[in-house]
Design a protein around this ligand. Sequence first.
Ligand code: NAI
Length: 258
Amino acid sequence: MAGRVEGKVALVSGAATGIGESIVHLLASEGARVAVADIDETRGGEVAAGIRKAGNEAIFIPLDVTNEESWKHCIESIETQFGCLNILVNNAGIAIVESVDKMLFEDWRALMAVNVDGVFLGTKHAVPAMRRSGGGSIVNISSILGLTGLEKLSAYCASKGAVRLFSKAIALECARDGSGIRVNSIHPGYIHTAMMEDTCRRDYGDIPTGLSELGKLHPIGRVGEPEEIAAGVLYLASDESKFVTGSELAIDGGYSAA
Ligand code: NAI
């Protein structure tokens, strides 16, 4: 049976670990040829090698999402090696926890560079490649904190809110120009990754206590797993969602419904 993204070429930023790693594994297992792109060359290379070992197609491409030349090189490499680009998942992101009066401007800008500039640059350079490929799907990983605010996470909330509306604006641009490119955002609740383990240690002293306490914030009663976000990406990346653009998909155990 054909996979759900059979024959497509996918690029996922921040794919060396966490949610991005789950996304590349799932897309590859459903038939996509995947580019694992990350600033972490060691882990990124290992993820691509693991996918190949499982019998699927993957390459690693070093990518710093804050750097325009790095994006150009990344997308050129994909077109050279795979011949087209059909799926972009802007997943790389960072968080900084600080009250607004103590936050350094350089930290604010560093976060915006990854979470907002990175999504802009990826989209800017993927759109022409997707046009050459006859269409595509861009999935931007925002957050529940792009829908609601949280204290000490003002920079993160501002960046994820920006990703939400950037996605809608580009969805309209691409729908109206007939390019066949769709753009949607995903809004994960707390997901069990290295990023969240940092939060557990910092705010609750250890990981099990943090997991349990953060789980209570979600009406379903637990935090999410990376695979649960990857499942949403697969739907938005596949042709099953061909009438879906400009939408926001909360995968958050009910967090944002309250
Ligand atoms: P993570 O910290 O586990 O992994 C992030 C990956 O991005 C790492 O491989 C890192 O090397 C890479 N990266 C960082 N800066 C980069 C740069 N400049 N260029 C290229 N790659 C870079 O993060 P996680 O938890 O997997 O998060 C993935 C996305 O999901 C992020 O956008 C995050 O904001 C979002 N998210 C995560 C949630 C969570 O609870 N874990 C909740 C909601 C959203």
